[in-house]
Design a protein around this ligand. Structure first.
Ligand SMILES: [Zn+2]
Length: 244
């Protein structure tokens, strides 16, 4: 049965009992008290879970720790059980996103991006399939709104429409998006484009590159452009009030 540790900060300064880092979920820096739960001992050593709650996004960050049990001699009253973690391993989230996901990102898109990032280390093929599908959702959701007579079709044609129409008001992003079909070699693998979510063998760097492009697109569409729009709306409102 799991046993909780009582960690008294005044009496256990040598213990790793706070977490001071950037949150792997939301990338905001924070310091919080760690909660530690002892699991047991085996041939490799003592094991515990430790975790802290990020105050910014209210998500738990959980580590599996291998370490050494010990006693802290207090001299007064009962001695304290201590645990000295040596090899903490992040187990939740299992993968740290390269870019934070803007909070206004539609859940369907955020979910595909998060999952594509999580599986990257285990299966680049699965990751790339998820990221191609995610890209197509972003194009349908945002880029298509800025293209007259947008024709939904395969991913390659849709990327071409975005790039040819300069639908993203950022030249470098248009170029990056265009490179998705080149890096993925869509010309030689038309099914990648026809069925964007199909699991197929990736080209070198394809899975990582797709994630990078999605990270930039999300930032552009769900942070930058929304903030710019808010500035425009605010100034329009002020101008209207002035002209009354
Ligand atoms: Zn957080």
């Amino acid at each position: 049965m799991a046993r909780s540790f009582e960690i008294n900060p005044q009496r256990s300064t040598d213990l790793d009992n706070t977490l001071s880092d950037k949150c792997p979920h939301c990338h905001v820096a924070f310091t919080a008290r760690k909660i530690r739960e002892y699991i047991g001992v085996d041939a490799d050593g003592d094991w515990a879970f430790s975790g802290a709650l990020c105050p910014a996004c209210s998500r738990l960050i959980i580590f599996l720790e291998k370490g050494e049990m010990g006693w802290l001699r207090s001299g007064i009253g009962a001695d304290k059980v201590t645990f000295h973690p040596k090899e903490p391993r992040l187990i939740h989230p299992i993968y740290v996103l390269p870019e934070p996901i803007p909070k206004d990102t539609p859940p369907k898109i955020a979910k595909d991006y998060r999952e594509a990032s999580m599986v990257l280390a285990f299966s680049p093929n699965a990751s790339a399939a998820l990221s191609r599908r995610c890209l197509q959702h972003i194009i349908h959701e945002r880029s298509a709104q800025d293209i007259q007579n947008f024709k939904p079709g395969n991913l390659q044609d849709e990327i071409r429409q975005v790039v040819d129409n300069k639908a993203i008001q950022n030249d470098n992003l248009n170029k990056l998006l265009d490179k998705v079909r080149i890096v993925g070699n869509f010309a030689a693998h038309p099914n990648k484009s026809k069925y964007s979510g199909l699991i197929m063998d990736v080209e070198p760097n394809e899975a990582e590159f797709n994630l990078k492009v999605i990270g930039r697109l999300l930032f552009w569409y769900y942070t930058e452009s929304l903030e710019e729009q808010k500035i425009i709306d605010d100034i329009d409102k002020k101008l209207q009030e002035k002209s009354r």
